[in-house]
Design a binder for this molecule. Structure first.
Ligand code: 5GP
Ligand code: MG
Length: 176
């Protein structure tokens, strides 16, 4: 195991991202006029720590909800078919949504969850991930707020697992 991004760098970057995200919403006419909360939706399980740390740094109004998306259980080095097993509970019609995931790799997870939210007639869907593997990032879907671009290696920690383990690490590491 080798540390790729330590805890300090993660937390510093999250503070910067929170400022960016606040800045984006405070700059929106609808937010200034309606002051409606942004529905922050985390994709379980990987997004839990990133979401928890990010939302506590945001000063915009928020409500929190979750989507559970998973590939088949087992070792997750090979990309498998994605299933959305739990949908959000909050009403999303005309909502402004900020979708949070741990990592953007092939883009399948964010593509599928964004589609699900589009069917629920959300007004505006922004996306944020802590990590992105730019070598593989598809061009048909863009992420609005990215923490770090990383090399195309399998990483663990800070929500990311290997066979269900290592999520609780407070840093990102490569598994070798
Ligand atoms: P995508 O659907 O964009 O290919 O991948 C997103 C999901 O695949 C992530 O939410 C994560 O669960 C898993 N994933 C992709 N790359 C990695 C990685 O390097 N390490 C781990 N642990 N999971 C990954
Ligand atoms: Mg995931």
């Amino acid at each position: 195991m080798k540390t790729l991004i330590n805890e300090y760098r993660i937390q510093t970057r999250i503070s910067e991202m929170a400022e960016e995200i606040d800045g984006y919403y405070y700059g929106q006419d609808w937010y200034r006029h309606t002051n409606e909360p942004v529905i922050v939706i985390g994709i379980l399980s990987g997004a839990i720590f990133f979401m928890a740390d990010l939302v506590r740094q945001l000063s915009i109004r928020t409500k929190l909800d979750f989507i559970r998306a998973s590939s088949y259980p087992g070792e997750t080095i090979i990309a498998k078919e994605l299933k959305i097993t739990d949908a959000p509970i909050l009403p999303l019609r005309d909502a402004h949504v900020l979708l949070i995931d741990d990592i953007f790799d092939t883009g399948n997870t964010l593509r599928a969850t964004k589609e699900l939210l589009t069917w629920s007639s959300s007004k505006d869907i922004k996306t944020t991930v802590l990590l992105r593997k730019p070598d593989k990032a598809p061009s048909d879907i863009t992420i609005d707020f990215v923490g770090f671009d990383i090399p195309d290696k399998f990483v663990i920690g800070y929500g990311l697992d290997y066979d269900g383990e290592y999520r609780k690490l407070s840093y990102i590491a490569t598994l070798e």
